[in-house]
Write a protein that binds this ligand. Structure first.
Ligand code: ADP
Ligand code: ASP
Ligand code: MG
Length: 412
């Protein structure tokens, strides 16, 4: 659709009355500039967290269907309030839930995937000159149940809507000014990047940079939809995420991330014979356990240890499933360790430069940080370290690859 912009506002951008009114003004400014506007909103502030906490107080193991019924309400609140704020300023706007605008998903509660969007209803309202506001993070499954798209999923709602409405660009408004070389809340001299490629952003997101939802980037890449990540509190240009940025600074490493929400699990004394690893990880995958890094130790006397990392949030379920699998294959104990952090170094420059891994390991070694596990991809290197060394390791690698803001001359 011509002249269309899809704008997504995250939780901190709609956290209270004042910020909702500010968003309304921003949306109206785009409408007055002659644009057709589709707005996707997240739930107010940390309200999704509060709903999850409340649910767990009532039932520590709530059903996923009911969780979706509950958490999807957060976005309904912010979307209707934003519509009211726009009405007060004299413009026409309509808020909708995901199901109302035909966001159809599969049936995986709390982690649903969008199958298609029947955007007729939105198009009709846009043609009538209305501002359309869509509650992010949600859809309706093929079984007619309300589903949610995974934490941070409003990014995905926005990108999928932009693709389906054929917008040229999708704007992601958040509480930082764009994508930085590291989380600016953790590394003070992190630098804002004017551009980043889809591949690098995908790797940063999947290594734990929460600023963008991983699947949102996957969809944007697939359909070559440019994203503009920017602050909802300032007018400054943010970061453009695209396939081939026009002028991208030569850099081997584009950014570093730290994630502390994984746990390490070790299956001891695994019989060392062909097919065992396939069996273990197939079983775990089928029971919904998402594995990240894997290490198999050198075999001693036909026995080996297999370690892997998985999300710390569902650790109980993961341990139970791993114990079942260990028993089936006649392995020994299953040990878990939550005291870990993962740091990742990401950059497409690694494709053409060797020695990045060595540089990474020796920077950590010089600072006496022990590496527990390593995994690499074509454009990233990840190391597992003790949780208490995580932040230090992040800062060391940020400095090692000279990612920080250059100090102004004359200043120390
Ligand atoms: P929203 O509520 O707008 O979706 P999120 O909290 O999901 O916002 O994401 C924004 C946060 O992501 C920032 O506040 C920042 O702390 C964090 N973040 C992590 N890594 C990065 C990075 N490389 N660049 C920018 N922000 C990052
Ligand atoms: N409100 C949801 C969450 O907190 C979705 C989102 O913010 O994108 O995860
Ligand atoms: Mg987010």
């Amino acid at each position: 659709m011509k002249n269309l912009v899809v704008q997504k506002y995250g939780g901190s951008s709609v956290s209270d009355q004042t910020s909702i009114e500010k968003v309304a003004e921003r949306v109206i400014a785009s409408a007055r500039a002659g644009k057709k506007v589709v707005v996707v909103v997240s739930a107010m502030g940390k309200s999704t967290d509060s709903l999850i906490e409340l649910a767990k107080k009532i039932n520590p193991d709530p059903s996923e269907r009911e969780m979706d019924m509950l958490v999807s309400t957060g976005e309904q609140v912010s979307s209707s309030l934003l519509a009211m704020a726009i009405h007060k300023r004299g413009l026409e706007a309509l808020s909708f839930t995901g199901p109302q605008v035909g966001i159809i998903t599969d049936t995986y509660h709390t982690q649903a995937k969008i199958l298609k969007i029947e955007a007729k209803r939105i198009k009709k309202q846009l043609k009538k000159g209305k501002i359309v506001i869509v509650a992010g993070f949600q859809g309706v499954s093929t079984a007619l149940e309300i589903t949610t798209l995974g934490r941070g999923g409003s990014d995905l709602s926005a990108v999928a809507l932009a693709v389906s409405l054929e917008a040229k660009i999708c704007e992601i408004y958040t509480d930082v000014e764009g994508i930085y070389t590291a989380d600016p809340r953790k590394v003070k001299d992190a630098k804002k990047l004017p551009f980043i490629t889809f591949d690098e952003m995908l790797e940063l997101a999947s290594s734990g940079a929460q600023v963008m939802h991983t699947r949102a980037i996957e969809v944007a890449k697939k359909f070559n939809l440019g994203l503009h990540v920017r602050s909802s509190f300032s007018k400054k240009e943010g970061t453009i995420i695209m396939e081939k940025p026009p002028l991208i600074e030569e850099a081997i490493v584009r950014g570093v991330t730290l994630t502390e929400d994984e746990a390490k699990i070790t299956i001891c004394d695994v019989p060392d014979r062909p097919g065992i690893a396939a069996f273990v990880f197939d079983k775990l995958a089928k029971s919904g356990v998402n594995i990240d890094m894997i290490v198999q130790n050198v075999s001693r006397k036909k026995m080996t240890d297999i370690s892997f990392t998985a999300g710390a949030k569902n650790i109980k379920k993961t341990i139970t499933k791993t114990k079942e699998v260990a028993k089936e294959i006649g392995a020994g104990n299953v040990i878990s360790n939550k005291n870990i952090a993962k740091i990742s170094v990401v950059g497409i420059g690694m494709r053409s430069h060797s020695g990045v891994a060595a540089r990474c390991f020796s920077a950590l070694a010089k600072n006496k940080i022990n590496i527990d596990m390593i995994s690499t991809s074509e454009i990233s290197i990840s190391c597992l370290v003790k949780k208490e060394s995580g932040l230090k390791a992040l800062k060391i690698l940020h400095k090692e690859f000279e990612l920080g803001q250059k100090k102004k001359r004359g200043k120390k």
